[in-house]
Design a protein around this ligand. Structure first.
Ligand code: NI
Ligand code: MN
Length: 230
């Protein structure tokens, strides 16, 4: 029996299910490629990489409905709390044990703000997470460009699976994501943050061929709603 199920919900949203259910970046409402509706989701924990609308997404509504734990960088946690929903802040380099799931916050090369009612609130800075769940180590890079310290993330946390953006414009494109795979050296890479909108259109088969020409990492291409089991 699998001890971890990883479902891509579309864009940067993933559901990791082991003893506990962890939801990452639940951008469901307004996501044309979402594979579910927010009401389907009943996580124990939500992790948010940064404040942009396509990542914070439905976090506040799901948190209010379920009472789940919400983890993000300090400034995003403060914003969520200002909306009357409990959230817990952390910061880069640190690790939290949340009901047996470990969350280590990593660097991400991007920006962060919270867009609400025409105002932009300080969203701290963007992050990724290395997640220890069900006996496995998973790296969700968040929105990021490639950076050399991805090698350090690989060395320190040895993620089996890397979830990497390939859409370009706002994040790494295929060329940069292939370099990221070379730096991290995961066993499996799953591309994300592409084809949600026209401006981040990519062919994941091009990514697959480029990765497999360089390293032994296996590329698993999912459709929204599809999952892998470990
Ligand atoms: Ni972003
Ligand atoms: Mn994004």
């Amino acid at each position: 029996m699998a001890d971890l199920k990883i479902t891509w919900l579309g864009h940067a949203a993933f559901l990791l299910e082991a003893e506990k259910k962890l939801l990452i970046d639940p951008f469901i409402t307004g996501n044309p490629k979402a594979s579910c509706i927010p009401e389907d989701l009943d996580p124990d924990i939500i992790a948010v990489t940064h404040g942009h609308r396509d990542h914070l997404g439905d976090t506040i509504e799901i948190g209010a409905r379920t009472g789940c734990r919400i983890i993000s960088i300090h400034e995003v946690a403060n914003y969520i709390k200002s909306k009357g929903v409990f959230a817990e802040g952390m910061n880069k380099g640190g690790t939290m044990d949340v009901e047996g799931v470990t969350l280590t916050m990593t660097q991400a090369l991007h920006s962060s703000s919270i867009d609400a009612s025409g105002f932009s609130f300080d969203g701290g800075s963007p992050a990724g997470f290395v997640i220890g769940i069900g006996g496995h180590s998973i790296y969700h890079a968040g929105d990021t460009g490639v950076f050399g310290d991805m090698q350090l993330i690989g060395e320190l946390y040895e993620p089996e699976i890397a979830l990497l953006p390939i859409g370009s414009r706002f994040t790494m494109g295929i060329k940069e994501a292939v370099k990221a795979v070379e730096l991290i050296e995961p066993q499996i890479v799953v591309p994300m943050h592409y084809n949600t909108f026209d401006v981040i259109r990519q062919d994941p088969e091009v990514f697959r061929k480029a990765v497999e020409a360089k390293v032994d990492t296996k590329v698993i291409i999912l459709e929204p709603g599809e999952f892998i089991e470990l």
